[in-house]
Design a binder for this molecule. Structure first.
Ligand SMILES: Cc1cc2nc3c(=O)[nH]c(=O)nc-3n(C[C@H](O)[C@H](O)[C@H](O)COP(=O)(O)OP(=O)(O)OC[C@H]3O[C@@H](n4cnc5c(N)ncnc54)[C@H](O)[C@@H]3O)c2cc1C
Length: 488
């Protein structure tokens, strides 16, 4: 028996799932490194006003740590962040997680077959396996708008919100129309002196009563009725399977949800405002936005919608292409993330000096979300092609971590000491992804961060059963596996 030394990078959903699987499988030599000061990942980094989960809390939770008493059906960001903290403490994972510790570089040594990690603390750490749980939506995207640095007021990106910022009574300009833009507009509009939402590409917004509390009666039933919480989670997982089917397969179900999106707009917004909020693309083809208050917010008397393109930012506000100046004293950038900078800015160097930057020059590409050619003994959890927006991310993180644990177990039993996915298997998986994209709603001509610059696809176009099958057990034929017996 040779206990693998494992370093997990990141303590969000993916990192906590991995930690739990390592713990459950009796691995003893592992640590989670997290650059933030606390666990939770996106729920730690994002604390802008209005942050709310866009799927019901009963499914946005770990199956191994269900919570009976969510305060709301769609939990708020702070509630989810607290949940992650509680899970880590309850499961005894806290001592394994080192916060404020960023991995700056990871380098594979061909001779020893180990990874050396360079940390921001000045230390180095040697590992037999590295698990990257570093989050796709991590590096904020700052738009390249002329004059941004000259703005006289405050500028803030939603992913790095400054809690000391005063928002009430101010003239607020918001750029960005994804889930975050919609949430922050809804939250800030009621008390703003004026709120201007710049909407270059409007998105379909499904109406849902996201403020609904989870009734005390329901929480009590979850606590008292044996199996009810678990059964509810399973039922919701099954229901999310239908959602996956809606996006991946054209059917009456897809048309029904799309009709609902169109109705959500038509029923709530009169013309001419409706015209500015109607997207050109099909509902569901981008990460779906869900809100019960956005349309009310943009219709309010203290709000305006600007569909004209932004030409520059000036000290007093935002100048649009038609020459108008929209005065503001707080500029909110809800402009999302550089999703394809996954794992970066960490410098990753694998076998034969292959760098991740070179391997991914055309965008992230992996085998079944978890293995990358050229990077032996390194896996990703919620990596490229993770099912953002369809299948539960907690489910896929857990499944992937269990898959990785099978490799670690073979190392522990002394059967293998090195494993690297082949180029051929990775190309074949990506060919299958491209083929499966055909009938999906993402392939209806809209431009989204789901598509990579090199023409690749960064999501999961299959159903959950396919994910279960692909990650059930490692297939040696897809890997260069070096067994300890044959080591030269
Ligand atoms: C604002 C926002 C709202 C969202 N809302 C929803 C939602 O409602 N429903 C939904 O299904 N999904 C939502 N998502 C998607 C979300 O990304 C996933 O649900 C999930 O939280 C991702 O978990 P993760 O562990 O993969 O990544 P993350 O949560 O991003 O965690 C990665 C962690 O790795 C750390 N890290 C990165 N690099 C390093 C390094 N070099 N060294 C050390 N640590 C490092 C980061 O600090 C981070 O804490 C949302 C995302 C955002 C940004």
């Amino acid at each position: 028996m040779s206990e693998p030394r494992v370093v997990v990078i990141g303590a969000g959903v993916a990192g906590i799932s991995t930690a739990h699987v390592l713990q459950q499988n009796g691995f003893t030599d592992w640590v989670v490194l997290e650059k933030g000061s606390d666990v939770g990942g996106v729920w730690y980094w994002n604390h802008y006003p209005g942050l709310t989960c866009d799927v019901p809390s009963q499914i946005y939770q770990f199956a191994f740590a269900p919570k009976a008493d969510w305060e709301r059906v769609w939990a708020t960001g702070p509630q989810i962040q607290q949940y992650h903290r509680d899970v880590v403490d309850r499961l005894g994972l806290r001592d394994r997680i080192r916060c404020d510790t960023e991995v700056l570089a990871a380098e594979f040594d061909d001779v020893s077959g180990t990874w050396t990690l360079t940390l921001n603390t000045g230390e180095t750490m040697v590992a037999d396996f590295v698990v990257c749980a570093t989050g796709v939506l991590h590096n904020p995207s700052i738009p390249d708008i002329e004059g941004l640095a000259d703005f006289d007021g405050d500028v803030v990106h939603t992913a790095r919100w400054d809690d000391s910022l005063v928002t009430d009574g101010r003239r607020i300009a918001v750029i960005g129309t994804g889930s975050t833009g919609v949430q922050v507009v809804s939250a800030l509009q009621p008390k703003a002196a004026h709120l201007t939402h710049f909407v270059r590409s409007p998105q379909w917004v499904l109406w849902a009563p996201m403020w609904l509390p989870q009734l005390g009666l329901v929480s009590e039933a979850f606590k008292r009725v044996p199996g009810l919480l678990d059964q509810t989670h399973r039922a919701l997982l099954w229901a999310s399977g239908i959602l996956a089917d809606v996006v991946t397969t054209p059917s009456w179900r897809r048309r029904a949800v799309q009709a609902y999106a169109r109705l959500s707009l038509r029923a709530q917004v009169p013309e001419p405002l409706r015209e500015g909020l109607r997207p050109d693309d099909e509902p569901l083809c981008k990460r779906q936005v869900v809100s019960g208050s956005y349309y009310r917010a943009v219709k309010a008397r203290n709000a305006s919608l600007v569909t004209e393109g932004i030409s520059r930012v000036e000290p007093a506000g935002v100048r649009t292409a038609d020459g108008a100046l929209h005065e503001a004293d707080l500029l909110v950038l809800a402009t999302g993330f550089r999703a394809h900078d996954y794992m970066r800015p960490m410098r990753v160097t694998g076998r034969d000096g292959i760098t991740l930057d070179a391997a991914w020059a055309d965008g992230p590409r992996a085998y079944r979300m978890t293995a990358i050619p050229g990077l032996p003994n390194l896996f990703t959890v919620l990596g490229p092609n993770s099912p953002t927006g369809s299948i539960s991310l907690q489910y896929s993180a857990d499944l992937t971590a269990k898959y990785i644990a099978q490799w670690l177990d073979r190392f522990r039993r002394g059967e293998i000491d090195r494993v690297e996915v082949t180029e051929e298997a990775t190309a074949e998986f990506n060919r299958q992804v491209a083929e499966a994209m055909g009938p999906t709603v993402w392939n209806t001509g809209c431009n989204s961060w789901y598509l990579t610059e090199g023409g690749g696809i960064d999501l999961w176009p299959f159903d959950r059963a396919t994910m279960d099958r692909m990650l059930a057990a490692p297939d040696d034929a897809d890997f260069h596996v070096r067994s300890t017996a044959t080591r030269g």
